[in-house]
Write a protein that binds this ligand. Structure first.
Ligand code: HEC
Ligand code: HEC
Ligand code: HEC
Ligand code: HEC
Ligand code: HEC
Length: 342
């Protein structure tokens, strides 16, 4: 589809960086470890290896290539909507943006004229003024200037919020009412939940030598965790039982800190069955969480099961319905003991 040649100069020429980045043969072929605990290999964006950044930041590039950000432009779901719109151009800005740090962080993203197929690319988040790469540490490099960026400080959310706070088309701006304080009073952040901890292998020096004693250093994976991952979906909810009179309630509390879901036509379906000690069904209840009946940032919903206060347990299942149709993703199948209710 896109020739490697086309990709080669890519993100760099787009930002006039070509002259700055010298190819370093010594870095090529350095070994790469698998990201620990990564779910099954995702599909990677075509031609990611040809990105110049991938020569030296191969781990980050490979992770990114399997993320929703890499597919923000190529996504068939996104492309399918454009022909039906009178002004499709208003949809382009966040799906193929200019580098955000070249303007004030918080300003509306502007669409790039080139390399749109790379979606939310490396430069979108990392390129600062004067061809400086902004990052969490600003470690020096001969390849390009680096600096510490405020939007990469632990706990900073501004960078992510820029694109995730707007209601537009099918998109619900879930970050507009983000609550940066967790239930335990500790701060929580977009990066903290969506970019998992990982270890980076020690890097070769200018001569291609790796220091034998160097330890792997901590980093965070660019493979975003999202609704495609059942274990991650389950982590969005805290589940508990309570009773009021003859009824039993399953309480579903939002733990993400932002409203759910994030797209129209996307929903969660919960199903609860109250059982007595012999496994006899005492009652059932359903709950749907969708764009209209959403779970607010610090909110909860209940599944009320009439007359089931004496139940021994509740069998709870839940599935996520993707916005573009396709099969529901089951993400919960659990037993809640009534004796341990709130
Ligand atoms: C302000 C930034 C922004 C603009 C402008 C924008 N989007 Fe998006 N879009 C997003 C974000 C953020 C997501 C991810 C939402 C989520 O997963 O909760 C997204 C996701 C999508 C998806 C789902 C993609 C997939 O792979 O499943 C579609 C479809 C989409 N947008 C269509 C549109 C359309 C149509 C427009 C114009 C009417 C538009 N977008 C304009 C930010 C934007
Ligand atoms: C949506 C924004 C975004 C995009 C797109 C993105 N990054 Fe990052 N990147 C981050 C954030 C946030 C961090 C800091 C994570 C942390 O707190 O450790 C980071 C960290 C880094 C670091 C420092 C890593 C370390 O462990 O010292 C490098 C290098 C990097 N990114 C390279 C890339 C490359 C190469 C690409 C494209 C293939 C890319 N990034 C795409 C947001 C982004
Ligand atoms: C020739 C090798 C090379 C190329 C090509 C390269 N980098 Fe780097 N980059 C480095 C080195 C070396 C560092 C120093 C930090 C380290 O050791 O990880 C660095 C640091 C960074 C940092 C700062 C990390 C921190 O410490 O906060 C970011 C962000 C970054 N690069 C992004 C990019 C992006 C985006 C591209 C592509 C446009 C790119 N780099 C291309 C070698 C390279
Ligand atoms: C330039 C705009 C932009 C920025 C900045 C941005 N995003 Fe996104 N994000 C998008 C778009 C567009 C999508 C939808 C892509 C698609 O599904 O096609 C998306 C999708 C996502 C998803 C959904 C993943 C999935 O599997 O469905 C998550 C989670 C996410 N972003 C988290 C973040 C985090 C965390 C940051 C900050 C480090 C961030 N985003 C910064 C535009 C942005
Ligand atoms: C406490 C952990 C946590 C924090 C903090 C958090 N999220 Fe999430 N987020 C989740 C979980 C869990 C899901 C999965 C539920 C879902 O997909 O609806 C999710 C889903 C999403 C989605 C996909 C929503 C959808 O339904 O398509 C996007 C986009 C997203 N988060 C962006 C962000 C952004 C941006 C921030 C920071 C403002 C953030 N998240 C902070 C846990 C978190």
């Amino acid at each position: 589809m896109h020739s490697p040649q086309h990709l080669k100069g890519l993100s760099l020429s787009a930002a006039g960086l070509l002259a700055l980045i010298i190819p370093l043969a010594a870095f090529q072929g350095s070994s790469r470890e698998e990201v620990p605990d990564a779910p099954a290999s995702p599909i990677l964006l075509d031609g990611w290896q040809d990105l110049r950044c991938a020569e030296c930041h191969g781990e980050q590039a490979e992770e990114w290539a399997g993320s929703a950000h890499a597919f923000a432009w190529e996504s068939p779901n996104f492309q399918a909507e454009l022909p039906h719109l009178r002004r499709p151009a208003r949809c382009h800005s966040c799906h193929a943006p200019e580098p955000l740090h070249l303007a004030e962080i918080g300003a509306k993203p502007r669409v790039r004229s080139e390399y749109r197929h790379l979606g939310v690319d490396c430069l979108t988040c990392h390129l600062g003024p004067e061809d400086t790469m902004l990052g969490p540490h600003g470690r020096p490099s001969k390849a390009h200037a680096t600096a510490r960026g405020d939007s990469f400080k632990p706990g900073a959310n501004d960078l992510c919020i820029v694109c995730h706070r707007v209601n537009v088309g099918p998109v619900i701006g879930l970050a507009r009412d983000f609550d940066p304080t967790g239930p335990d009073g500790r701060p929580r952040s977009c990066v903290g939940c969506h970019m998992e901890f990982t270890e980076r292998e020690p890097r070769p020096d200018e001569n291609g030598q790796v220091d034998e004693d160097a330890l792997p250093r901590p980093g965070r994976s660019h493979r975003l965790r999202g609704p495609g991952d059942p274990a991650f979906l389950a982590s969005a909810f805290h589940l508990s039982l309570s009773d009021s009179g003859p009824d039993l309630s399953v309480k579903v509390t939002n733990r993400a800190g932002h409203r759910l879901p994030g797209l129209q036509q996307q929903s969660f379906a919960f199903h609860a069955v109250a059982l007595d000690i012999d496994g006899k069904v005492l009652g059932e209840a359903n709950l749907t969480v969708n764009a209209r009946e959403y779970l607010p940032a610090a909110g909860f919903e209940t599944l009320d099961i009439p007359g089931a206060a004496a139940a021994e347990s509740v069998h709870l299942t839940a599935a996520h319905h993707p916005h573009a149709g396709g099969p529901p993703v089951p993400f919960l199948d659990m037993k809640l003991e009534n004796a341990s209710r709130d």
